[in-house]
Design a protein around this ligand. Structure first.
Ligand SMILES: [Zn+2]
Ligand SMILES: [Zn+2]
Length: 349
């Protein structure tokens, strides 16, 4: 009887283990690269002290072993440094190698960028990790044709907080979101990441690449490097530049979301966030459900919305529009990952 009772007691925590949301940044730099202002311990401490659950010290062609980074004071149990590197290669191909067990080489070159990206992916897998292709619009380096042929690339930076990366494109070049729609429409299984690409933790202004501007919320049962990486490569996360969600349902039939208005307000009062300046629109929420070719299938102005998934995929974007101190309109976003109903649904199971 005793043995049975013990078995039941020990079984309960396992049964009760449910997935929860973890906030993380996959892209930050340190003094080791020569053009950032803080050492690894200070950078990691910033993320720890600002409520993040995980961070990657993604240094240019350097592997920072999390074991060598010592934080100060009482360290939260729910904080993790994931091992990583920013593989900084030829032709402005940069990628975050997340969850790697060693330095990933970066020297390869080729006439076609797609081959360079493929090498980043393959070498990162060999080192036990997964690739996030970084800031495609930096130097206008990466186009859809460069990403489409790449195998096992599931993640790219849809939003990067560095002021020079041109997330929103210009009159000649597509935004990273238009690039995403193009890739999804052409059949790629690819999810959008939000990150800081932070370099500056000492001086704060819009021209500096400060932390806290872009992040991911990842849903997993446990906070480990493997669990976070697996959840991201199967799309179980959303990217944010300020909007927080309390509910995200992504099943084969529908996407349903609910904004966490309290958490979003808290983020938006932070002096760290700047938002994207826009000319049109009213303050408030806008939820868009978006299908192939970037077509908006349904729009809602409430904090709670859902939409049936049509062939071959659907994604959701939440915008919070606010008036800045100078009267300008600023937008902050949450991007929910697409749900696929074609053969890609099998790849992500
Ligand atoms: Zn980079
Ligand atoms: Zn970087």
């Amino acid at each position: 009887m005793k043995i049975i009772l013990l078995a039941i007691i020990f079984a309960i925590p396992c049964l009760g283990q449910t997935a929860r949301w973890y906030k993380g940044n996959t892209h930050a730099h340190t003094t080791l690269c020569g053009h950032a202002d803080s050492p690894p311990a200070v950078v990691a401490q910033w993320y720890h002290d600002h409520g993040y659950h995980f961070a990657i010290l993604s240094e240019h062609n350097k592997f920072i072993d999390p074991k060598t980074v010592k934080l100060k004071g009482e360290i939260r149990k729910d904080f993790l440094l994931l091992p990583g590197e920013e593989v900084t290669g030829r032709k402005t191909v940069h990628s975050t190698a997340m969850n790697v067990n060693r330095l990933v080489p970066w020297h390869f070159d080729h006439g076609h960028r797609s081959k360079i990206i493929q090498k980043h992916v393959d070498e990162t897998i060999k080192a036990g990790g997964a690739t996030i292709l970084n800031h495609p619009n930096f130097g206008w380096a990466i186009q859809a044709k460069d990403m489409l042929p790449v195998k096992k690339l599931y993640l790219f930076e849809l939003y990067n907080g560095h002021p020079s990366v041109r997330n929103f494109g210009d009159h000649k070049h597509p935004s990273t979101e238009e690039l995403w729609d193009d890739l999804l429409t052409q059949g790629m299984t690819i999810y959008g990441v939000g990150s800081d690409d932070a370099h500056h933790f000492g001086q704060w202004n819009p021209g500096k690449s400060n932390p806290g501007r872009g992040w991911v919320m990842v849903r997993t049962k446990e906070l480990t490097s493997d669990a976070i990486t697996k959840a991201m490569t199967r799309g179980d996360f959303y990217a944010s530049s300020g909007v927080m969600l309390k509910k995200v349902v992504r099943d084969s039939k529908r996407i349903e979301i609910e904004v966490d208005e309290e958490a979003t307000s808290k983020e938006l009062t932070s002096p760290i966030l700047y938002g994207r300046k826009v000319k049109e629109g009213k303050p408030g929420y806008s939820v868009e459900f978006i299908g192939p070719k970037g077509k908006v299938i349904r729009t809602s102005n409430t904090a709670k919305a859902s939409c049936e998934v049509a062939l071959p995929y659907l994604r959701c974007k939440v915008t919070r529009r606010v008036k800045g101190k100078d009267g300008s309109l600023l937008e902050h976003y949450a991007w929910v990952q697409p749900v696929f109903t074609d053969e890609r649904a099998k790849q992500t199971e």
